[in-house]
Ligand binder design. Structure first.
Ligand SMILES: Cc1cc2nc3c(=O)[nH]c(=O)nc-3n(C[C@H](O)[C@H](O)[C@H](O)COP(=O)(O)OP(=O)(O)OC[C@H]3O[C@@H](n4cnc5c(N)ncnc54)[C@H](O)[C@@H]3O)c2cc1C
Length: 491
């Protein structure tokens, strides 16, 4: 999979693409896999790296969303549990079952959570992972040794799915390319082109080489998550906003703060949210928050108040309480939530989890949703796109489509004591997985900045030098790349 080969496919201006997708996160990549596997001529353009937006910054759970049961959204939970089942089967190297406990510090909580989670199992039907059980207090502590013992009545033990988000995105890139799609990172869509009042193509610019590309398209799909309104405004400068982004952050701690391979679900925080503490790549991830009114940025920064909130809540449930100086990494993402309907005459709401909007000129925008349901979102979007663009109807094949989820494994010198990677892994990311920048390698092909910012900064100069050799770059490029990394992972 070579970026230059894929880029050269854009040179052929005689090609009229069936489907052109803007945005290379979970939503856009899901659509690319779906459209290409139906045989449609498909291109996807991502302005930065694959999954560099929200899709690398999730809680990394493939889950039904237990909390939606509380709000009575049973159909959403059922849909998500079905998709969880598909993903466990179609990407088994990247999506795995993970056990959880919901600790009970009030006598009635085991009954309350036990009945809710038993319903959760029932909704999963044949695609269930394992049965919900009650654990006594000693059984709970044998799984999560750092859980606060005082007042613990036991816990409800249940199963869900866990994954590596940016790696799953890469599996989708590889699968889409092997199905015939042209999928490119670092190509930004700058303008939409119209013939009369219909969108018939777009103009995009390669952010690495600087070249401009004009693409002709039967349909353009806007899959830009929190950025959706900016693309809608390229179509119609007066388009009403449909997305209300909400920021969620995570902090990453040593796994000793969890003390086991089971996750903890805290069902109710001060502001009525669910909080997860989960094992991930030998660390503990703790999140998340829900902060509205934030600007739309590719790499938003966690707010101090959000970090304090997580540290404070962790301290209430853990014996050995984490402090700010224990934090190894932080990351923030923007949920692309669909605004509650206002002026949304063009909306066709397909399910509670996501919405599809079609503008007068034919721009199809897919909003909302979550990683877990990306396949269903893609199926709905491509069905609608085929109708609008008058493509030959083809059935969706992704229920059964195995994703190319092998990670290149290489030998070589370790990147650092605290990082589970080798220099060979970094080389493979450049040679085989279209990594073009230092953070493409260190944040998404490898997850180093997400695991340990200080250790990553130590390893970075060697990786940047290797990349400069591979990509024919100079010392100035190395300095720029290191500066970008330092800004993103200040440590
Ligand atoms: C804190 C948090 C935790 C979450 N946890 C979970 C979880 O555990 N499980 C789950 O199922 N879901 C989870 N979600 C939801 C899930 O992560 C998102 O719904 C999903 O990643 C959104 O994907 P997307 O492709 O729509 O958006 P994005 O991943 O943001 O992708 C949009 C892309 O469009 C690109 N783009 C923008 N403008 C242009 C342009 N002009 N040209 C080309 N490209 C452009 C951007 O660069 C970006 O990469 C979580 C979300 C958050 C915020």
């Amino acid at each position: 999979m070579h970026r230059s080969d894929l880029l050269s496919r854009l040179d052929d201006t005689s090609e009229r693409w069936d489907v052109v997708i803007v945005g290379g996160g979970a939503t856009g990549l899901g659509i690319a896999v779906d459209a290409a596997s139906r045989g449609y001529r498909t291109v996807l353009l991502e302005q930065a790296d694959f999954a560099e937006g929200t899709s690398s910054k999730s809680t990394k759970l493939i889950h039904g969303g237990v909390r939606y049961l509380r709000s009575g959204e049973v159909s959403l939970v059922r849909e998500s549990l079905r998709e969880r089942g598909h993903l466990l089967r179609n990407a088994p190297n990247l999506v795995k079952p993970l056990s959880f406990v919901v600790p009970a510090y009030r006598w009635y909580e085991p009954f309350f959570y036990g009945s809710g989670l038993t319903l959760y199992d029932l909704l999963a039907g044949d695609l269930g992972i394992g049965a919900t059980e009650h654990l006594s207090s000693p059984e709970t502590l044998s799984r999560i040794s750092n859980l606060r013992k005082e007042g613990l009545y036991g816990s409800t033990f249940y199963w869900d799915g866990q994954f590596d988000d940016a790696r799953l995105a890469m599996a989708m890139v590889k699968t889409a390319v092997s199905e015939g799609a042209c999928v490119l990172n670092h190509v930004k869509v700058e303008r939409l082109e119209k013939t009369g009042d219909r969108i018939t193509g777009l103009i995009a610019r390669d952010q690495i080489g600087g070249g401009e590309y004009a693409l002709s398209a039967k349909i353009v799909i806007n899959a830009t998550g929190a950025f959706s309104d900016s693309i809608r405004r390229l179509d119609d400068s007066g388009a009403a906003p449909v997305i209300a982004p909400s920021q969620g952050i995570h902090i990453v701690l040593d796994q000793k703060f969890l003390g086991g391979q089971t996750g903890v679900m805290i069902p109710k925080t001060d502001d009525g949210r669910v909080l997860f503490a989960i094992p991930w790549h030998n660390r503990m991830l703790l999140g998340t928050t829900d902060t509205g009114g934030v600007p739309v940025e590719l790499n938003p920064k966690p707010l101090e108040a959000e970090i304090d909130y997580l540290i404070d809540h962790a301290g209430r449930y853990l014996s050995d309480r984490p402090r700010h100086e224990d934090i190894k990494a932080t990351f923030a993402g923007l949920r692309p939530l669909v605004k509650p309907s206002g002026d949304m005459g063009e909306t066709s709401r397909l399910s509670r989890s996501h919405s599809i909007f079609v503008s007068k000129s034919g721009l199809l925008t897919v909003g909302g949703g979550k990683w877990t349901t990306y396949r269903q979102m893609a199926e709905d979007a491509v069905d609608r796109a085929a109708e609008l663009a008058d493509l030959k109807p083809e059935p969706c094949l992704t229920h059964e489509l195995r994703l190319d989820d092998e990670c290149p494994k290489s030998k070589g010198a370790a990147l650092g004591e605290d990082l589970p990677y080798t220099m060979g892994d970094a080389v493979a990311a450049v040679r085989e997985e279209m990594a073009m920048t230092l953070t493409d390698v260190l944040s998404r092909r490898l997850r180093a900045t997400f695991l340990d910012e200080a250790a990553t900064l130590k390893a970075a100069p060697g990786v940047a030098k290797m990349m400069a050799g591979e990509l024919g770059r100079d010392d100035q490029w190395i300095r720029e790349q290191l500066a970008v990394l330092k800004e993103m992972a200040p440590s």
